[in-house]
Design a protein around this ligand. Structure first.
Ligand SMILES: [Zn+2]
Length: 331
């Protein structure tokens, strides 16, 4: 049975592109594969991979984007599809074809988009030995350290290791917020809470976008770009600045949030869209008479929001009523 040292060797000898004008930050090599593997290690640390199948999910995409932004300048976009496909040359990463795509996958040599990848594969299966190793913290830490030290400049090492820890703590905090919401417990985070500010900021967002499955509650858009960004963000129904007005819950309670895309978020914050106590989208009169409003916004009028699969996590009616009374413009 291959041991940890076998995979440490594999992880430190990935085939990477050296011709793309890569800088010293990534030791003159493309960082795609090490960043994908760091992201996969994070998913294991969060307990999010329970079967031996790595899928192309918004969570994986966002982790990939978080590492990428630490090491690459803004103008150089990442592409998650490339390492996901090309890691098959490593010997431990096995692409599983979509039914009927077995031959197509065999003969494909280049994949540029997540759509193309999704049409060809269900995801990737790891060597069973590697899968077992990744379930233990010790092996994950050893593999993580090897990736960071092999593929990145020394000045980035501590930042990259710290990011793994922040990604984990953010997940733990978001999970905590969701569990409290399920139990309808109100609990204000106290001074003694160990969560860092960066973790607190991201925790609410992570919790809300996860329970809405990364889909906009109003228009339904659900999208992952090749560089790992999704269309939605977490909107507070009662904003932070008015948090003293929340009574039976805290502002970072997922019941006080909805996943919304950029345009729907802005329109909601401006009071041009609202939500009734029966979860129907309300259109402000101002939106009806304004020119140049994208047509799809007007079609939302009277439609039910697209809430979380778990009914217990839908927005609190009190928060929606507050928004209706304080922000919404009936027009
Ligand atoms: Zn939207």
């Amino acid at each position: 049975m291959p041991s940890l040292s076998y995979y440490l060797h594999k992880f430190s000898h990935l085939r990477t592109d050296r011709t793309g004008g890569w800088t010293a930050a990534t030791r003159g090599q493309a960082p795609h594969k090490p960043i994908l593997l760091l992201s996969v290690l994070d998913l294991f640390a969060q307990g999010r991979i329970t079967a031996n199948l790595i899928e192309i999910t918004p969570e994986l995409g966002e982790l990939f984007a978080s590492y990428w932004s630490k090491v690459m300048p803004l103008e150089r976009r990442g592409n998650l599809a490339l390492p996901f496909f090309h890691l098959r040359s490593s010997g431990f990463w096995h692409l599983l074809p979509q039914p009927g795509q077995e031959a197509a996958l065999q003969t494909t040599h280049q994949v540029d988009t997540l759509n193309q990848l999704g049409r060809l594969t269900l995801g990737a299966r790891l060597d069973d030995d590697l899968f077992q190793l990744l379930e233990t913290t010790e092996s994950r830490n050893a593999l993580r350290t090897t990736l960071v030290q092999t593929y990145f400049a020394p000045e980035l090492h501590s930042n990259l290791l710290a990011l793994g820890e922040i990604n984990l703590q953010t997940f733990v905090y978001s999970q905590h917020l969701i569990e409290q919401a399920r139990k309808q417990v109100m609990e204000t985070p106290g001074e003694d809470d160990a969560y860092q500010p960066a973790v607190r900021d991201q925790g609410f967002r992570k919790a809300v976008v996860r329970i809405y499955d990364h889909r906009c509650a109003f228009c339904g858009v659900r999208m992952l770009t090749t560089d790992g960004h999704t269309a939605v963000d977490a909107a507070h129904i009662i904003p932070w600045s008015r948090s003293h007005e929340t009574v039976n819950f805290t502002v970072d309670d997922p019941h006080n949030g909805m996943a919304l895309c950029g345009l729907c978020h802005w329109t909601f914050d401006q009071g041009l869209l609202g939500v009734s106590a029966r979860y129907l989208v309300l259109l402000s009169g101002e939106l009806r008479i304004t020119q140049n409003v994208p047509g799809h916004l007007q079609t939302l009028d009277g439609r039910s929001i697209i809430g979380p699969a778990e009914k217990a996590l839908w927005p609190h009616v009190e928060a929606l009523v507050w928004h209706h009374q304080n922000v919404f413009r009936p027009g």
